[in-house]
Design a protein around this ligand. Structure first.
Ligand SMILES: Nc1ncnc2c1ncn2[C@@H]1O[C@H](COP(=O)(O)OP(=O)(O)O)[C@@H](O)[C@H]1O
Ligand SMILES: [Mg+2]
Length: 221
């Protein structure tokens, strides 16, 4: 069986003792696999991705990333997991405005005290970003900024990228370019992908399809 990079079992989540947002979610993500989590607004997609990536903790249940149980780790340990083992891409406003494209991509490497130059050059090349290297986020398009976000998410070689509605702010062309970038992340950099979308149809994304609603995650045919 393929190596599991994310394994979630019986994930429950409620905020402040209110109604459960997630009611026993199970999910397995294999190396370099792409998964689409579709579901209406408010169904818990962002909550689920946050728990899978150690941005939040479940009320109950277990989550392992790269074979390591993370659901009960303290914040300092979770911060290390987020830096090394997972990459995040959000809908927009994901880059640091005061840094150039290349500085944004280098940031996770700097935070990890790793040499950056060779890796950044490789990532800028792979995502066709070399000509934008010295621009700031305000000087590039939203679609280009999302490709930078994918490159940055890969900086430290994570096993999985968690992407929360990454194409929701884009038109068809920008969306296709970002999905192509995710496909490069998966095939050339071997990152698994978990992509959340309020839209069940994400044209151009070849992925295992799941549906989240009423706190439950089910696989679609
Ligand atoms: N930090 C929070 N505190 C309290 N309630 C929250 C918080 N985050 C999300 N929720 C609630 O959890 C439910 C699921 O939200 P979310 O995970 O953002 O769904 P989605 O991403 O599918 O739109 C919503 O009812 C939302 O109001
Ligand atoms: Mg959301």
């Amino acid at each position: 069986m393929a190596e599991l990079v994310v394994r979630a079992r019986e994930i429950w989540k409620s905020y402040d003792g209110r109604e459960d947002v997630l009611c026993g979610v199970d999910l397995d993500v294999a190396a370099a696999e792409a998964i689409l989590v579709a579901g209406p607004n408010g169904s818990g997609k962002t909550t689920l991705l946050s728990i899978l990536g150690g941005l939040d903790t479940p009320s109950r249940g277990s989550v392992s990333v790269g074979g390591r149980e993370i659901s009960r780790l303290k914040e300092s340990a979770l911060a290390k997991i987020r830096l090394h083992d997972v990459g995040f891409v959000f809908q927009t406003h994901n880059l640091i405005d005061d840094l150039t494209v290349e500085e944004n991509v280098a940031l996770p490497l700097r935070l990890a005290h790793r040499p950056a130059d060779t890796r950044v050059a490789e990532l800028l090349g792979a995502f066709d970003l070399r000509r934008l290297a010295t621009r700031r986020p305000i000087e590039i398009s939203v679609g280009e900024a999302q490709r930078v976000a994918v490159a940055r998410a890969l900086a430290n070689g994570p096993k999985v990228i968690l992407a929360d509605e990454p194409t929701a702010a884009l038109d068809g062309k920008g969306s296709a370019a970002v999905l192509a970038a995710f496909e490069v992340a998966r095939t050339a950099f071997r990152a698994a992908l978990v992509i959340a979308s309020h839209d069940a149809a994400v044209p151009g994304l070849a992925a295992e399809a799941y549906h989240l609603e009423n706190g439950r995650l089910s696989r679609r045919a």
